[in-house]
Every structure is written in structure tokens, then in C-alpha cells.
Ligand binder design. Structure first.
Ligand SMILES: CC(=O)N[C@@H]1[C@@H](O)[C@H](O)[C@@H](COP(=O)(O)O)O[C@@H]1O
Length: 467
């Protein structure tokens, strides 16, 4: 049994490929070779762009749930499921959950709940990214530097036994200028855990030394690190070095000026990774919200910008990944497949993921349909196809039939992939849920009389003493 996606342009290695179909086994959900023209279902995409499902390398949460909010494993898994089911509406079919600096007790409590798993009707959880606690206090950003540790505290002490393998802990962000970082990097890399450099004051040379020890990425380049300047390129200058790492950038219009985003992207497009760095306020209405253990201050969200209330300190992002890809296309003038590569094959290249991120034989058929501008149009949101045990479709929004891709849209809306007689494999059909309510954990803005009317918190002043 196969489903053939046809009349489309395919994103492959940063280029658009015309005249090829993508054929998916409905039994395995994998991309297979064409065996006959006699497919069980043919989906005509009306010349739209077909891309691999996007992968989110760095999100701290969304829709009211921050991944550091942990009460017990059962409620945590439920909230993860809600987030995972919301993500396809932003083009995301797999994600790594970021845990920014928390206490070692909290790391040990939370990380075991982030074992990679499939989530029915949602994006797959691919594991955890620990952003901290080996960071530099002068570049703490919105982290609590009183919880930072020097590299001499072993990963086992900080993260617990989860640090002894790459089963759950997939990526660690650390500052390479800290004393004894090189041996820390080597010990993490020896367990196949990827290391990214960030929240750091490092010079170019200190960064180079980190790369030589085994680090392979930079975390939200130019944010929480020194600027690029004429004679002191800093960590960001490494993007074109002989050991050029992958490097992530937040393209939400607040973290990087569009020109800087373009400069970074153009420096090394096959190593550039787009992240959202989203926090729990992503997907919620604007307002001022209470903080929590990781951010003990009120947080003010306006559009996709979120700061510690009364300050200019950015806490993280609130844009969706699809929006960020479209921003890159618009700002840099790059092609849609070049933008797509930054959320697909570049990420699997960094992480050594072999099952996703490319539309090639044997990989999972996680697919997203895009416009010529690289946008996941409102009406196309149910054109995100998720692989699980079988091909399934995300039906988050109504209206796909009216968007001019009549064949695919109407087929995606109304028809499950047909099952051959006698085949009792389950065609997964996630429960329809409007995008506006999927995955919202109860969290409301504070009443305005509880919000600051001016600068109230001096985060940097308050915490300078602990640095
Ligand atoms: C979760 C996380 O770490 N997010 C960082 C934040 O800490 C930092 O404040 C901001 C801006 O950094 P900048 O002011 O140095 O550009 O970038 C990211 O949002």
C-alpha cells in the first residue's frame, strides 16, 4: 500500500527538485521506491512545495507549558503531548525539548521524563537539550546565574545518570572559556552527546579550542555572546572557520536584526540552523504573566517579543518555527529550500539523526506543504503529514479545501488513507481539534494592577553580585 504525493516541487539539499514524486508506504510510513503507478492514493499537490517536516532544535515550551515545569511524570507527559499536538500547526514534526539552567535537583527530576518517543497525532519528542548550567555569568541572559556550575562539577552530578549516555540527553550548551571546559566537552562527546557553545564571553580562539575538543554548534549566535567586531570576531566569527560548527539563530525579528540574520545565514548556509527558542508564552495572548522557578520575574509578551517585565532583557522567543523560516526567506532573499534546510537537513546533520529531515528513500515521511514564500498558510495546516506506525494527517484547522490545492486539500480533509481489504493496520486519524485550543495549559495574563508601570526589576543589578 502506498500513497503518492505528486505534482509538487520537492526541497532537497537546499534546492527545489521538479518532476519527482514522493511515495510513502502506508504500512511503515517510510519513503519508498516507486514500484508501480498503481498507488492506493494519489495526492496532487497542485505544484506546491513539499518539504520534510520541520525539526525544532531549541524550544523551552509553548502554549502555557514550560519544559522546566515539573510536578510528576504523568502530568508532565500529558503536557508534552499537548505541545506535541500543537507543533504541526507551525510545520514542526519533531522537536528537542530545551531545559535552561535549573538546579541540579530539578535537572535530575525533569530529564528522565524527556526520553525520545512518538506522540500520536503530534510531533515526535527527540530528547533533551540542557542549556546550562556550565555558562558564563556575564552572558547569563535570562538564566539564573546563581545556579551555574563550573565544569569541574561532573555532568553526572549535575544531570544525574542520564548524562552517561545519549539516550535522552542529546545536546548540552556550555561556555568554552570556563576553566576545564575542554575535558568536560570531551567527556560529553565521548557519550555521543552533542556540545554547543553559548551564553559565553569566549574569544574566537577560546571558541576554536572548544571546537577542537569536540563541540559542533553555536547556540543562538550573537545572542548571549560577544558581538562580531573588526579585530575580535568572538564565537560568531567561527561560522566560517576551518572547523566551522553548525550554528543556530533566532529569526523572530527581535533577537537579530534582519541584516545580521542574513549575514549569518549567508556565511555558511549548509551549517545554519533556525530555532525559535520559544518559551511557554508562545501561542498565548499578549500580556504580563507570572514568572516561575526558572524566570522568577513577571514576563511581558507583546506579539512575538517577550521580556522580563520593565526591562529589555529578552527571555526567549514566541514566534513559530514556520514563521521564522518565512522570515529568513523574506529578509535574506534565499530560496524556500535553502530556508527549509535550516530546519531539516542541517539539524539532522548536527544531531546524527538518520530517520528524518530529508525526503529520501528509507526516511520517515514527515511532510509539510509550503507556499512559494515558504509559508505554512492557514489553509494548509492540515497538509502536515506525520509518520508514526502508519501515515497520518494532522487535522488542526478547517478550510483546506478552499485554498486552491483542491485535490490534496479535499482529499486530506475528507478521506483517510484508504485501507486495502483485509489489512487491519490502523490508519491513525488524530482527533480533530481547533488550533486555538490545542495544547493550551491554563495560564492567563496577570490583571494590569499587578504589572509594573515602569522599570521595576533590575535583573542584572540584582544578580551581578552572584556572578
Ligand atoms: C532561553 C535563553 O537563554 N534565551 C536567551 C536569553 O537568555 C537572552 O537574554 C536573549 C537575548 O540575548 P542578547 O541580549 O545577548 O542578544 O537570547 C535568548 O532569548
Amino acid at each position: 500500500m502506498t500513497t503518492r504525493f505528486t505534482k509538487c516541487r520537492i526541497c532537497r539539499d537546499g534546492k527545489l527538485v521538479n518532476g519527482e514524486d514522493v511515495i510513502v508506504s502506508t504500512q511503515t510510513g517510510l519513503i519508498v521506491e516507486s514500484t508501480s503507478k498503481d498507488d492506493d492514493e494519489v495526492i496532487d499537490l497542485g505544484n506546491k512545495i513539499l518539504a520534510p517536516g520541520f525539526i525544532e532544535l531549541q524550544t523551552n515550551g509553548m502554549r502555557g507549558f514550560h519544559f522546566t515545569h515539573f510536578e510528576d511524570d504523568a502530568s508532565y507527559q500529558k503536557k508534552l503531548d499537548e505541545v506535541a499536538r500543537y507543533l504541526p500547526s507551525t510545520g514542526v514534526t519533531a522537536f528537542y525539548a530545551t531545559i535552561p539552567t535549573v538546579s541540579s535537583d530539578d535537572f535530575k527530576k525533569i530529564l528522565p521524563s524527556l526520553v525520545p518517543r512518538e506522540i500520536s497525532g503530534g510531533a515526535a519528542l527527540l530528547g533533551a537539550h540542557a542549556e546550562g548550567p556550565y555558562l558564563h555569568p556575564d552572558k547569563k541572559g535570562a538564566h539564573n546565574s546563581s545556579l551555574f556550575h563550573p565544569p569541574s562539577t561532573s555532568p553526572l552530578e549535575v544531570y544525574g545518570s542520564i548524562a552517561s549516555s545519549d539516550k535522552t540527553l542529546k545536546l548540552v550548551t556550555l561556555a568554552p572559556e570556563l576553566v576545564e571546559t575542554d575535558s568536560l566537552i570531551k567527556s560529553l562527546v565521548a557519550n555521543n552527546i552533542r556540545v554547543s557553545l553559548g551564553h559565553s564571553t569566549a574569544t574566537y580562539d577560546e571558541g576554536l579550542s572548544g571546537l577542537k575538543s569536540g563541540a559542533t554548534c553555536l547556540t543562538h549566535t550573537l545572542n548571549a555572546m560577544p558581538p562580531l567586531s573588526s579585530r575580535t570576531p568572538g564565537l560568531a566569527g567561527l561560522v566560517t572557520s576551518s572547523h566551522a560548527p553548525y550554528y543556530s539563530i533566532i529569526i523572530d525579528g527581535h533577537h537579530l536584526h534582519p541584516t545580521m540574520a542574513t549575514l549569518l545565514f549567508r556565511s555558511n548556509p549548509s551549517k545554519c540552523i533556525i530555532i525559535t527558542d520559544s518559551i511557554e508564552l508562545a501561542g498565548l495572548e499578549d500580556g504580563t504573566y507570572p514568572g516561575h522557578a526558572q524566570i522568577p520575574f513577571n514576563q511581558t509578551k507583546i506579539g512575538s517579543r517577550v521580556v522580563i517585565e520593565g526591562t529589555e532583557t529578552l527571555i526567549g522567543g514566541c514566534a513559530g518555527l514556520g514563521e521564522c523560516v518565512a522570515n529568513l526567506v523574506r529578509w535574506s532573499g534565499c530560496s524556500v529550500p535553502e530556508g527549509v534546510r535550516c530546519v531539516t537537513s542541517n539539524i539532522v546533520g548536527l544531531m546524527g539523526e538518520r530517520e528524518r529531515g530529508r525526503l529520501e528513500l528509507g526516511r520517515r515521511a514527515d511532510l509539510v506543504v509550503l507556499s512559494d514564500e515558504g509559508e505554512i498558510e492557514e489553509t494548509n495546516r492540515d497538509l502536515v503529514y506525520l509518520h508514526h506506525t502508519t501515515v497520518s494527517r494532522n487535522h488542526n484547522t478547517a478550510g483546506a479545501a478552499q485554498d486552491g490545492v483542491a485535490t490534496s486539500a479535499s482529499s486530506a480533509k475528507s478521506a483517510a488513507i484508504p485501507q486495502a481489504a483485509g489489512d487491519d493496520s490502523v490508519i491513525e486519524e488524530p482527533a480533530a481539534a481547533p488550533a486555538t485550543t490545542v495544547g493550551v495549559t491554563e495560564l492567563s495574563p496577570l490583571p494590569t494592577d499587578e504589572c509594573a508601570d515602569g522599570v521595576r526589576y533590575a535583573w542584572d543589578v540584582e544578580t551581578e553580585e552572584d556572578g
